[in-house]
Every structure is written in structure tokens, then in C-alpha cells.
Design a protein around this ligand. Structure first.
Ligand code: CP
Length: 291
């Protein structure tokens, strides 16, 4: 996606974020059907897509794997073909395998939004993160943003690196070697293996969860030791710029990658504004595809 298209989506999201609901909003997707198809758990993404659909007047169907025929062995492709036969206007899909949502999009007639596929991408998360940063820092270009933690398994990190570098931000990847994908430098980021160096003079610190569910073996000695070296606490935050802000896509593991005191400090933490931006961003994205 070109930078101009990203800016257009952020501007429209900001409009939705700042305006009270109107009857015109409700007409945007009136009579349209959105299916949320989530093969992985979600709190923020699924709920915000549902809320965004309702705010735009769409009919929403939530399909979770536990209550579907996937449990009887139906494949992703057969599930996609079945849903396609019901003629939805939009599919919002999350899957544990990288590339699965792309595969699904090839099999259906409507637009498909990637709500997170494996360790590959989570584009609407990156959009909402960029919008949140822009609202608090005015510009994305020229900012130094440290993405810290389990980058190897993080679709959020990958989507943010693509988007934020395109918008002119300087990205640092801060993690132990075991939690970095090979050849991460090719994505245009600077790599740091200590929090002290990686966070120094940053404008934004984006913390990531250890995604144990995607690990084949133990990649950190212990959660306690990990927190000591890579958890964001006041020691490390003091090394960033005095007005540096902290982000986390959620879900958080308090005391593992972030200290509760920082996560809950409304002067430094953007975690709540990130969630608030999520609904508006998903409204703008769905409108751009269906209206
Ligand atoms: N940030 C995010 O994707 O959170 P959920 O897994 O709760 O949707």
C-alpha cells in the first residue's frame, strides 16, 4: 500500500474516532453482511471488527472454530467455499498459519481482511498503532520507534515495520538473538540486543508479548530472567526521551515484558488509546472495501 493510501485511511479513521455516531454512519454498510472467521483467539480484534461493523450498519456473523464444523475436520478451503456460497460482502479472518488468509482470499468472491495470520502480518493493528502515534506525536516521519521483545513470532512487529518505515519513522528491533527473525536487517531496521542501547533516546517504545504458543522450544531461560533483561520497567524507560510513550498491542503479560506500573501510567502508556483507535480504523478499512 502506498503512503498516500495509508494517510487517507488514517485520516478517515481519525474522523470516525472524533465524531459522534450519526445516522449516515449507520447507512454506510446497511444491508451488507460481514462474517468474522477466527481460527485463533482474540479479544481486541474480533470485538472491534464486530463493533465497527455494527456502527456502520452491517449485519455481523461471528464464527469461531470451537462452534463450527472445523471441529468435525472441515478444511480451511471447504469452510471458505461454504461461506462464499452464502454471499457475504466481507470476510474478516484470523488464522494461526502464515499465508492462510491470503489462501482463503483466493477462494472467495468478496473482500477479505487479514485480522492476523500466524507470524506473518496484522495490518489493521499496524494502522491503529500508526494512527495512535500520529495523534500523540503529530508526525510519524523522523520518530525513533523501538519494537522490543518477541519479534520472531510477531505479526504485529512485521506489519508495523512495513508501515512505519514507509511513513518515514526509524525502527529499532530490540530483542535477544533467539527472538529475532533471521535477516531482520533486510526490513530496514536497526538491531539491538540490549534494552539500554535499544531504547536510548527513543520517542516510542512498543513492547511485545512472548508468544509461547508459537515456540517449539524454550527461547528464554526463564520469564523472571527475561523480565530483568528485556522487560520494560522504570530503569529502562528513563533512558528514552523524557516524553517517550509506551505501546503494547495486547494481550499483555504483566511482569514478563512490561511492568504494571508503566502499563497503567496514563501519562506514558498509549495502551488504552490503541484499543480506542482500533474500532475507528476497522470502520475506515471496511468502508474502503465495501461501501
Ligand atoms: N492485538 C491483538 O491482536 O489482540 P487480540 O489477539 O486480542 O485480538
Amino acid at each position: 500500500m502506498a503512503a498516500s493510501e495509508i494517510i487517507k485511511l488514517m485520516d478517515r479513521s481519525e474522523y470516525y474516532l472524533d465524531s459522534p455516531p450519526t445516522t449516515d454512519h449507520k447507512k454506510t454498510l446497511q444491508g451488507k453482511t460481514v462474517i468474522n472467521l477466527f481460527y485463533e483467539n482474540s479479544t481486541r480484534t474480533r470485538t472491534s471488527f464486530e463493533l465497527a461493523s455494527l456502527k456502520l450498519g452491517a449485519n455481523v456473523i461471528n464464527m469461531t472454530v470451537d462452534s463450527s464444523s472445523v471441529k468435525k475436520g472441515e478444511t480451511l478451503i471447504d469452510t471458505a467455499m461454504t461461506l462464499n456460497a452464502m454471499h457475504p460482502d466481507l470476510l474478516v479472518a484470523r488464522h494461526g498459519d502464515s499465508g492462510a488468509v491470503h489462501l482463503l482470499a483466493d477462494k472467495v468472491d468478496c473482500s477479505v481482511i487479514n485480522a492476523g495470520d500466524g507470524r506473518n502480518e496484522h495490518p489493521t493493528q499496524a494502522l491503529l498503532d500508526a494512527l495512535t502515534i500520529r495523534r500523540y506525536k503529530k508526525n510519524l516521519a523522523g520518530l525513533t520507534i523501538a519494537i522490543c521483545g518477541d519479534i520472531a513470532h510477531s505479526r504485529v512487529a512485521r506489519s508495523n515495520i512495513y508501515l512505519l518505515t514507509k511513513m518515514g519513522a526509524r525502527i529499532r528491533a530490540v530483542a535477544p538473538a533467539t527472538l529475532l527473525p533471521s535477516q531482520i536487517q533486510k526490513l530496514g531496521v536497526e538491531v539491538y540486543h540490549t534494552m539500554a542501547e535499544g531504547i536510548a533516546d527513543c520517542d516510542i517504545i512498543m513492547m511485545l508479548r512472548l508468544q509461547s504458543e508459537r515456540m517449539d522450544s524454550a527461547l528464554v531461560p526463564s520469564k523472571r530472567e527475561y523480565f530483568h533483561f528485556f522487560g520494560l520497567d522504570s530503569r529502562f524507560l528513563a533512558l528514552a526521551k523524557p516524553d517517550a510513550l509506551v505501546m503494547h498491542p495486547g494481550p499483555m503479560n504483566r511482569g514478563v515484558e512490561i511492568d504494571s506500573v508503566i502499563a497503567d501510567d496514563i501519562r506514558r502508556s498509549l495502551i488504552r488509546p490503541q484499543v480506542e483507535a482500533g474500532v475507528a480504523v476497522r470502520m475506515a478499512v471496511m468502508e474502503s472495501l465495501v461501501a
